[in-house]
Design a protein around this ligand. Structure first.
Ligand SMILES: CCCCC/C=C\C/C=C\C/C=C\C=C\C(=O)SCCNC(=O)CCNC(=O)[C@H](O)C(C)(C)COP(=O)(O)OP(=O)(O)OC[C@H]1O[C@@H](n2cnc3c(N)ncnc32)[C@H](O)[C@@H]1OP(=O)(O)O
Ligand SMILES: Cc1cc2nc3c(=O)[nH]c(=O)nc-3n(C[C@H](O)[C@H](O)[C@H](O)COP(=O)(O)OP(=O)(O)OC[C@H]3O[C@@H](n4cnc5c(N)ncnc54)[C@H](O)[C@@H]3O)c2cc1C
Length: 616
């Protein structure tokens, strides 16, 4: 499987290169890499072994290396002359980066670093492509000078001979084993023993080790985390894509499959006529659109921040970090759970490999873990919200994506309930700020009672997580509201199209309202009549969006090859394709399977003989 994936990945990368040169000659715009990886990944159901090379190895060389280091390594990597990965996670550590055990000791006598993974738990473990594909990696290690720890640093390390692909001396490298998906990616392990690299193999754009061993600290240590921020932005886009693919498949299947009359004596309807089926499928279509828009916003913010960081302006890093964390978490959680809901909406056929929903789930699900495990990133955002709440209490301005927190903090109570979009959006934001305030009170009480900040974060973790989750909802819903209601190009839309968009906004806001009704009722008084009115509107907007469901998913414009699903093909010939796929199963090559003579027949005969004996 791995070699097939590499073959496909290389073919797709070549195609991408020609497209890039045609549409973006010599450009370093991130989109071609992004689109390329998306395209390659989508065409290789078992995952793209070059993903981490494209997304992290080349980017780390460009953003963390000096111009000279880019000339030496980065240009060759961008041109796919060398293939690398990003080797940070270890067998024993993934989240707690300050606990990473791999070490780089500077030898000023030879102006080299001596790289070691001192224990089994120090082995790099998980990096994509590391097992068999890559001949280089970015090796993340704790830097030591005269045995004094200086923090994390990145090193360009060649792990295999460029001609023979043999592992180099001091390198122990291989595949970590089968996973629940992405089995074409050959995630690998790497051990290094007294492996020497020249001083100039340490990426030194932001921090340096001089020939005499003097250490020049980075002005902002967190800039070394920047490669992860980029992939978190990618995940937001990638996972909204996975959800859109699954929503396309389930929608198309739901207008082909007929089952269970709604009126006695009437013909069986398309299953999408059932209200509960609409509630399973249509909100996922809208969620895919909502996250795709949020991910595009995040992408633009990433580009602006990356250019600023290149100019040594680190001012926007904290906001990008906070948004990248919360959108990576929200998109990966909602897409993973949404794809499973869509699979279940397709009944038994949704469980067939030919439907491809299982594989889309297996591609989407690990994004809840890689690039920062989601619950850890929720806590990270919770901490940032605590910091920002202190700013609010001090009367200081907040970063733009958190400005609503300041506004809501000035409200002594929630205004008269109207149920309008603005009211629903403000309710979610108001509940978020209420949760932040409660979390802050718990966190602050703990710090005041002499708990350390890290301990206070841990013991306030449930409330911090809730506040972070509601912050994500507030940002995403606010972004969607702005795009639909206040977009500068709104006048270019036809009235019909605007109406569909407004129905999608109505559905998203009501769906989020009901999902967090408990959180909202904690801070806002809403009567049963007002809630029932929203229940009616939910049923009504599902009915209104039903006729547009296929058109919206067709607009995602996935080629049948990308969907790779007998349930979701554009021509709707589901049964013929399911049957065609079934006949291709190896077990159908013979009428009598080999195991009949070898196992089944003797087993049945033995039982029959025993039955006869017991009668005698
Ligand atoms: C479209 C096609 C593309 C497809 C895309 C999809 C997938 C790609 C394919 C497959 C997956 C591929 C690769 C996967 C790769 C990996 O998984 S790489 C390894 C990822 N590992 C992690 O993410 C580790 C997670 N842990 C952390 O990030 C940090 O340990 C954590 C943030 C949890 C804690 O940081 P730490 O420094 O230890 O302590 P603090 O929390 O106190 O932070 C100190 C201050 O630094 C600020 N900060 C932290 N992180 C960042 C950051 N990234 N950027 C900017 N600032 C950061 C933090 O806010 C604190 O600031 P203050 O001091 O409070 O002001
Ligand atoms: C498909 C895939 C591809 C990957 N690709 C790469 C790659 O290319 N390069 C790379 O370097 N890594 C890669 N990784 C590794 C990934 O980054 C780590 O798995 C991730 O960072 C989580 O670390 P961990 O697995 O060690 O879990 P741990 O850090 O051990 O966490 C385990 C669990 O403990 C809990 N936990 C941990 N810390 C905290 C905390 N502070 N507070 C509360 N709970 C906590 C959480 O529930 C967490 O799920 C990949 C992983 C996968 C699944």
């Amino acid at each position: 499987m791995a070699s097939m994936s590499v073959k496909h990945a290389i073919a797709a990368a070549k195609k991408l290169r020609s497209l890039q040169e045609r549409f973006n000659p010599g450009g370093s715009d991130i989109y071609p890499a992004l689109m390329g990886d998306e395209a390659i990944t989508a065409l290789i159901p078992s995952g793209n072994p070059l993903s981490v090379h494209i997304l992290m190895f080349t980017r780390a060389l460009r953003e963390q290396g000096t111009d000279e280091q880019y000339e030496k390594f980065g240009r060759r990597a961008d041109n796919n002359e060398i293939i690398g990965t990003f080797a940070q996670t270890e067998l024993g550590h993934g989240t707690y980066l300050r606990g990473l055990e791999a070490r780089a000791d500077y030898d000023r006598g030879t102006e080299e670093f001596v790289l070691n993974t001192p224990k089994l738990s120090s082995y790099k473990w998980w990096p994509g492509g590391l097992g068999q594909t890559c001949n280089y990696c970015i090796f993340v290690a704790q830097l030591y000078i005269d045995n004094e720890a200086k923090g994390m640093a990145m090193f360009v390390v060649q792990i295999r001979d460029e001609e023979t692909h043999m592992p180099l001396p001091g390198v122990h490298v291989g595949e970590i084993g089968k996973k629940m998906g992405l089995n074409g990616v050959n995630n690998g392990f790497l051990g290094l023993k007294d492996y020497r690299v020249p001083r100039l193999n340490m990426l030194m754009r932001h921090q340096q080790v001089l020939p005499d061993g003097r250490f020049v600290k980075s002005p902002v240590s967190q800039v070394s985390y920047f490669p992860m921020v980029f992939v978190r932005c990618m995940v937001a886009r990638q996972n909204s894509n996975y959800l859109a693919q699954a929503a396309t498949i389930a929608t198309r299947y739901s207008v082909i499959r007929r089952q269970s009359p709604i009126e006695e004596g009437q013909p069986e309807p398309k299953i999408l006529e059932h209200l509960t089926q609409q509630m399973k499928v249509i909100p996922e279509i809208v969620t895919a659109v909502v996250y795709r828009l949020a991910a595009a916003n995040l992408q633009n913010m990433y580009n602006e921040t990356a250019e600023a960081v290149y100019r040594k302006d680190f001012s926007r890093l904290p906001e990008l970090h906070a948004l990248a964390c919360i959108l990576k978490v929200a998109t990966s959680y909602d897409s993973t759970y949404g794809i499973e809901r869509l699979r279940q909406a397709c009944g038994g056929h949704g469980y067939l490999t030919a439907g491809n929903l299982g594989n889309i789930f297996a591609m989407a699900a690990p994004a809840c873990t890689y690039e920062g495990e989601n619950s850890v990133l929720y806590l990270q955002v919770g901490k940032i919200l605590m910091k920002n709440w202190s700013q609010v209490l001090a009367g200081r301005e907040l970063m733009p994506s958190m400005a609503y927190i300041s506004e809501c903090s000035k409200m002594t109570s929630f205004p008269q309930w109207t149920g309008s979009w603005e009211c629903l959006l403000k309710a979610i934001q108001y509940a978020c700020v209420g949760s932040i305030r409660l979390a802050f009170q718990s966190y602050n009480a703990r710090v005041q009672s002499a708990q350390s900040q890290t301990a206070a974060v841990n013991y306030s973790g449930l409330e911090l997580t809730k506040a972070a989750e509601l912050h994500g909802r507030s940002y995403v819903a606010g972004n969607f509201y702005q795009q639909i209601v206040n977009s500068p190009n709104k006048h270019q839309r036809s009235p019909q199209f605007q109406k569909v968009l407004e129905n999608m906004l109505e559905l998203h806001l009501i769906q989020i309202f009901f999902r967090h009704l408990g959180d909202i009722l904690r801070f806002i008084r809403i009567t049963e009549d007002e809630i029932s009115a929203l229940q009616r509107r939910l049923e009504e907007v599902l009915k209104e969006l039903r006729p547009d469901a296929v058109a919206i998913t067709d607009a995602f414009d996935f080629n049948d090859k990308i969907l790779s699903s007998a349930l979701g093909c554009y021509d709707g010939n589901v049964y013929e394709r399911l049957f065609e796929a079934a006949l291709k199963h190896p077990l159908n090559r013979k009428s009598v399977p080999d195991f009949f003579e070898a196992h089944l027949k003797p087993f049945m005969k033995e039982n029959a003989d025993n039955a006869k004996k017991s009668k005698l």
